[in-house]
Design a protein around this ligand. Sequence first.
Ligand code: 16G
Ligand code: MG
Length: 546
Amino acid sequence: MMAQFQEVLRQSSLHPKPAGLVLQYGTAGFRTNAKHLDHIMFRMGLLATLRSKKTKATIGVMVTASHNPEEDNGVKLVDPMGEMVTQAWEGYATLLANAEQQDVLTSLKEIIEKEAVNMSQEANVFLGRDTRCSSARLSQAVLDGVSALGGHSKDYGLVTTPQLHYMVCCQNTGDKYGEATVEGYYNKLSQAYIQLIKHAPNCTDDQKHLCVDGANGIGALKVREMEAHLKSGLQISLVNDGSQGKLNDQCGADFVKVQQKPPSGMKMNPGERCCSFDGDADRIVYYYTDSEGQFHLLDGDKIATLISTFLKELLTQAGLNLNIAVVQTAYANGSSTRYLEDTMKVIVRCTKTGVKHLHHAAQEFDIGVYFEANGHGTVLFSKSAEEKIQQLSKDPNTDDERKTAALLLQNTINVINQTVGDAISDMLLIEAILATKGLTVQQWDAIYSDLPNRQLKVKVSDRRVIDTTDAERRAVRPAGLQETIDSLVKKYRQARSFVRPSGTEDVVRVYAEAETQESADALAHEVSLAVYRLAGGVGDEPKPLH
Ligand code: 16G
Ligand code: MG
């Protein structure tokens, strides 16, 4: 053990921490300019090794900064079942990341002691990275961390974030979930997709065509690889494939969602289905332009609605009594929540922002569909739900209609990456649903109409002065802020507004929706002003949008 710690010390000095630099393990790991991250990566290699010893399972480390600019990078840790690392260990990550050079061993020993980690236990770490030019160098630092503590590692190289989550889950479930290889991932998903679209009534080549914006990132590379497995069941035109443009620059799911406009490089014919991935391919949004040239976005809420409608219909056809819920955040458009509750009559839950919160809430149901409005989401099936579906599909006494529905449900389960939101998997599921239901993108869009909305951000000297409750829908601090928001909201029809401190940027976020765009914009501005005045705004006062 002593020798091991000596090695940690020696290696750590080769990955020095800039003195005074403080970083937080945020909503989705560490994320900042790549030049500050070498020591973080080395230390996350150490921490992943400890986590692996503790859980006696393989742990994942993904080097990516998702939709951030190319100059940034980041790292996310993946727990044994392919989930985000548990909260207590996020705290350890922050502790270890911020220890000054001479205190690294002390922090490491503190974690070992607190968690009673058996240091003679073997450790196994899976590593993946996105296409950023800093990613190769930074993943080497992770590998150094793993080897310093004598852990084993497997470097998957360039993979999407959800592919790495998938691999970790496969490895720890003895391949029950699938084979822990990229090829295994393509085979499982594409076979399920091909089975699903066999039920599509006379699908024309036109309907099989989809434009994909790869955000000039890893998703573009991987969608190309996947396409070869789909046996022309889907015809993809790929733009922003990384051959020319810059990662996430004027493109990608985050750009399209925030700017509410198509990415650069996308030529759209009226009514043509298009989608965008984000920089690590764990988010997807769809869109099209109508014959008047008007842009229409189909975000995570529309996706959740499409998927849950499809699943509910199949459950009814199969005669299966399983509960199904949709999990959203406060950002979900009010129209989507109303449609789901009043028309679809499914259970709707609201959680705090951040995938792990949605994921955990979705686990409480037989079938939990979770999506953030920004396009991150997936579907979780409980073990007993999967078993019931499987039994039904094999039962010789089941009539044809019920059997077909059960088989469709089974293939739906197989096309989904249940570990985390996955742009490729979500894309295949959406495409399969549209094909089997014979729906155009306009018909999907028409299921309900979004309420006009606006998002703004306000700079304050310390965003922690804002404290929220009720899944971030109400502010409890600073005093008077919620009362002010309530009285502003009352001025507009069908209005709703909330504020929350960002988990990834040093700002307070403001959301407002209302019957008209003018009202939503005015309300967002007025609430921003209230935040600026009551929560210590810095810089110029927020200006009206019009
Ligand atoms: C991260 C989260 C995303 C969330 C966003 C909110 C994960 C994997 N990603 O990107 O789910 O929507 O943060 O950012 O959890 P904000 O706190 O800055 O609004
Ligand atoms: Mg992402």
